[in-house]
Ligand binder design. Structure first.
Ligand code: PMP
Length: 414
């Protein structure tokens, strides 16, 4: 086993040696390599970037832009196609607000939405990939349509093709669901969307950290992901956009760093990515984000995926072994990402989470920012166990043994 898969490489996991961490879909633990890269940069190279002509600025800018290049390579993007944002949520808002501004005549006319145009999402979306589109629809008079999911929380490309129509201008969907763990058929969705000249927005929050990703090859127009879910720091994420689209999209936030010329009543914006990065940039975080991409590339994303597919198999087995526990998402044996959400008959998800926590196992409970999906499943909350590179078979075994006791503890097995 490569060292990168060992918990000893991760300070949080070393420090909390008795705890089993199964909440990586919420946020991931950083390895020494990433924390050290952030710290070394902050100690010896940190300065304002893209400002002035000092040697300090030059060095810091080199570190900042080097990080962008690493991230671009990691997801198969070209130069200038990666914009730093606060997180994935922010990236999705930047796209929606940019389209809203285009619709209001502030540039990028080709991207404008008109009343009666349609935006398509799925019922399984995270709120981050739903609410910005609700707002965009309200602002422009467009209509939001949702691809329905089945009783397991799943949708197919045929379901999607049934909702996409001649007026569809945009299709926004998650590559990997943070609740079901289902992996979307991205290339097929792109084909359907292109058939009607609609843009595609990929929420890659749960795929960039876990699967080999080549955004250009997939053919999506925009994508969003977060550093903190892929072994990097919080406070930074990325917006991917095809170069020609990013240069058309009006910037959602304006101010210093985004412009070429300013007069008292107008401003000319720089090309992407600078036109979107208003204000003083999160420089140290960018360096940490770049180090995380490099660390994952060093392991090899095929190996990351293989490890997580194995953990997913063990998680499914552990959940399916317990009578009275209903698993959400793909059935046993079908492909899924390294996470499993489930419902325990007769026990509220929060009690399940508390019980597991008392046994040293960290999981996530609640609606996981996907209320429409939970409503469709007929439950207010689920419990989710999610794995990453540092998750071991022992971790999953500890989770399985504790889960097997939950119903008896709460008297739900009688
Ligand atoms: N989309 C999905 C599928 C997610 O799982 C998450 C994080 N839970 C987000 C979007 C939002 O990510 P962030 O909070 O980092 O912006």
């Amino acid at each position: 086993m490569s060292d990168a898969f060992r918990r000893e490489r991760y300070p949080y996991l070393r420090h909390n040696a008795e705890r089993v961490y199964l909440d990586s879909a919420a946020t991931s633990q950083r390895p020494d390599a990433v924390l050290d890269a952030e710290s070394a940069f902050a100690r010896t190279e940190y300065a304002a970037v893209h400002r002035g002509s000092s040697m300090a600025t030059g060095e810091a800018t080199w570190g900042f832009e080097g990080a962008r290049e690493r991230i671009a390579r990691f997801v198969g993007a070209g130069e200038g196609e990666i914009v730093f944002t606060e997180n994935a949520t922010d990236a999705l808002n930047v796209i929606a607000l940019g389209l809203s501004d285009a619709s209001a005549g502030l540039g990028g006319d080709e991207l404008a939405l008109r009343p009666g145009d349609e935006i398509v999402v799925t019922e399984a979306e995270h709120h981050a990939n739903l609410i910005p589109w609700q707002r965009l629809a309200r602002r422009t008079g467009a209509v939001l349509r949702a691809v329905p999911v089945d009783e397991h929380g799943l949708w197919s490309v045929d379901d999607l093709a049934g909702v996409v129509g001649a007026r569809t201008r945009l299709v926004a969907f998650a590559h990997v669901s943070n609740v079901t763990g289902a992996i979307a058929p991205v290339a097929d969705v792109v084909q359907v969307a292109r058939g009607v000249n609609a843009l595609t927005v990929l929420d890659a929050c749960q795929s960039a950290p876990h699967l080999p990703l080549d955004l250009r090859a997939l053919g999506v127009d925009f994508a969003a992901f977060s550093s903190h879910k892929m072994l990097g720091p919080t406070g930074i994420g990325a917006l991917y956009g095809r170069a020609e689209l990013l240069d058309l999209l009006p910037p959602a936030r304006t101010g210093g760093s985004t412009i070429s010329t300013v007069t008292i009543d107008d401003a000319q914006f720089l090309p992407a990515p600078q036109r979107f990065e208003a204000g003083t940039q999160p420089v140290t975080q960018a360096v940490g984000f770049g180090a995380a991409a490099e660390y994952l590339s060093g392991i090899g994303m095929d190996r990351v995926r293989r490890h997580e597919a194995e953990m997913a198999g063990l998680l499914v087995e552990a959940v399916e072994a317990v009578p009275g526990v209903r698993m959400i998402g793909p059935r046993a044996g079908a492909e899924r990402a390294g996470l499993v959400s489930f419902v325990v008959d007769g026990v509220h998800a929060h009690d399940v989470g508390q019980f597991l926590d008392d046994r040293g196992i960290t999981v996530r409970t609640g609606h996981h920012c996907a209320q429409p999906l939970h409503r469709r499943l007929g439950v207010a909350a689920t419990t989710r166990a999610s794995a990453y590179v540092y998750t071991s078979a022992d971790d999953v075994a500890a989770f399985g043994s504790a889960l097997a006791e939950v119903r008896a503890f709460f008297g739900a097995d009688r």
